[in-house]
Design a binder for this molecule. Structure first.
Ligand code: GAL
Ligand code: CA
Length: 345
């Protein structure tokens, strides 16, 4: 008798569980796909364009929650846990800490949820550790190559920029977040391109301002007082920091029209504020990374995997050997600023 009751009890539980499972699948099929999205910081200038593009492209196509991780990886883990608890169909993640993709993957893998990382490329071993993870971004080194070419050409055609006439470039460099693939790729390649083309570089200083305009401005305040007219170039890993440096040197009378008080600056991103400065001639150039094209790829891919389709279904993207879709960079100087405005509009 007891055995019968126990057997009946288990049969009931099994029925109940399969019923719950069923009804959940049903609601998922009826409604739009559910997504969880995180942005490492809403204060980041470039990411704010990515964010707005993703939001508008997803509207009407998915129900999603987008979180500001406020530059706090622990907070981001909580946001991801909450999304998994809500039973999202897919995640789109802009990491805070470039080294932490494996933790995110572990969480998603346990529930079989696909993940699209974007903007911060996960380490190779992490991306290869789960079949349902992909990356949308750029080739970091490419932006450094383009910056290097830009500096090389401008340096060669402006002999008076060699203020002390020693043939070398006395430069300052603003780095992004330490350990970020873009920081490493850009810093390494701009120097390599110049050196490989016979330019001798002399580093006055190199400091990290974590992609941030204010941190860069503070650093440049010290630099301009310390090095003044011996500064021949400012290389910046991104545009926000380039803008911070510009503000700082302008307060000391540089780059406001006096030809003898000019320090060329290059950045990366092509945000509208920098395009405006390029137009005025106070920043030399930048490298466009299109927020529109990257957002489009994130949206297409996350919608595909959320509804169980092939990640590239209906798109003409290609995946490279590390499951990444790469959007190309482009050099932007005074001559072609319209292209940058288009990608940010
Ligand atoms: C870079 C971009 C920076 C910053 C950073 C954040 O690709 O150039 O401006 O947004 O990503 O991860
Ligand atoms: Ca010099």
């Amino acid at each position: 008798m007891l055995k019968k009751i126990i057997a009946l009890f288990f049969a009931f539980i099994i029925l109940l569980v399969s019923f719950i499972g069923c009804s959940e699948n049903e609601t998922q099929k009826d409604g739009q796909p559910r997504l969880g999205i995180t942005i490492y910081s809403y204060n980041d200038n470039f990411l704010s364009f990515m964010r707005r593009n993703i939001e508008s492209m997803l509207t009407g196509k998915a129900s999603f929650i987008m979180n500001d991780s406020e530059n706090d990886q622990a907070k981001q883990y909580d946001q991801i846990d909450a999304a998994i608890q809500r039973k999202v169909d897919a995640l789109a993640i802009n990491l805070v800490d470039p080294m932490s993709a494996n933790m995110v993957i572990d969480k998603a893998k346990a529930s079989g949820i696909p993940v699209i990382f974007f903007n911060i490329e996960p380490r190779l071993e992490h991306i290869m550790s789960y079949d349902k993870v992909w990356y949308v971004g750029t080739r970091s080194r490419e932006s450094g190559d383009i910056q290097g070419e830009m500096v090389l050409n401008a340096w060669k055609s402006n002999p008076k920029w060699d203020k002390n006439g020693d043939g070398k470039i006395q430069y300052l460099l603003l780095r992004g977040l330490a350990g970020h693939p873009d920081t490493e790729g850009r810093t390494e390649r701009i120097k390599a391109v110049l050196t490989n083309n016979g330019i001798v570089l002399e580093q006055l200083d190199e400091q990290t301002a974590n992609w941030d305009i204010l941190q860069a401005q503070n650093i440049a305040n010290t630099w301009i007082k310390k090095f003044g007219d011996s500064i021949e170039f400012i290389f910046s890993n991104n545009d926000s920091m380039a803008l911070g440096a510009l503000k700082s040197i302008q307060a000391q009378g540089y780059n406001i029209g006096n030809e003898n008080k000019f320090i060329p600056i290059v950045g990366v991103d092509a945000i509208p504020e920098v395009i405006e400065e390029i137009r005025k001639g106070s920043i030399l150039g930048t490298v466009l990374q299109s927020p529109k094209d990257q957002a489009r790829a994130v949206v297409d891919m996350v919608l595909n995997v959320a509804s169980g389709k092939d990640v590239l279904d209906g798109t003409d993207y290609t995946l490279d050997d590390v499951k990444a879709v790469r959007v190309p960079y482009k050099a932007i100087t005074k001559e072609n600023i319209e292209e940058a405005l288009e990608a940010y509009n």
